[in-house]
Design a binder for this molecule. Sequence first.
Ligand code: AMP
Length: 186
Amino acid sequence: MKLLIMGPPGVGKGTQADRIKNELNIEHLSTGDILRKEAKAKTNVGMDAKLYMDMGRLVPDHILISIVKEHISKSKCENGYLLDGFPRTLPQAQGLDDMMHSIGHDLDCAISLLANEDELVNRLIKRGQESGRTDDTPEVIRNRQQIYWEQTAPLLDFYKRKNLLKEVDGLGEIPEITKRILNILK
Ligand code: AMP
């Protein structure tokens, strides 16, 4: 199964993606995690990406498209994958379409997690205090939320038109939300 999960920062995409990956035995590809790893290892891509990430801005599309292309064609993704945090812009969505097409993959579903924004900002501030993520400060969080609504929310329409969008209430207990997602995938 080939899936992607979208939703505003803090909605719990990563947590749910991890649980869904285990349930379906597919690969979880988080572009945020991949970029943080690159930044930590101080690779060229990582150093470039960190400049954007620390400001809560999006890393340029071509960097993301080439990272995802490299990963989804690997053998670890043969059984399927769940993209978490990608695509985030229309050019990325188009790029994903093209790259999947070129390797004979079909997207099964785009999951959109929904939640109330104030609740999400509070969650992220708490996560920043606990995890020390440098982009979980109140100012950067507001930036990331704004970017989501400006650049990523239009993708909901993109996938709706392709009949691939499934919306799921992202508020509630973690296992309950996982159940909701698994139900819509049946
Ligand atoms: P995340 O862990 O998904 O919240 O991503 C953290 C940060 O990584 C984002 O705020 C962006 O700076 C960068 N990032 C992750 N995925 C993407 C993407 N698909 N396009 C652009 N930037 C991204």
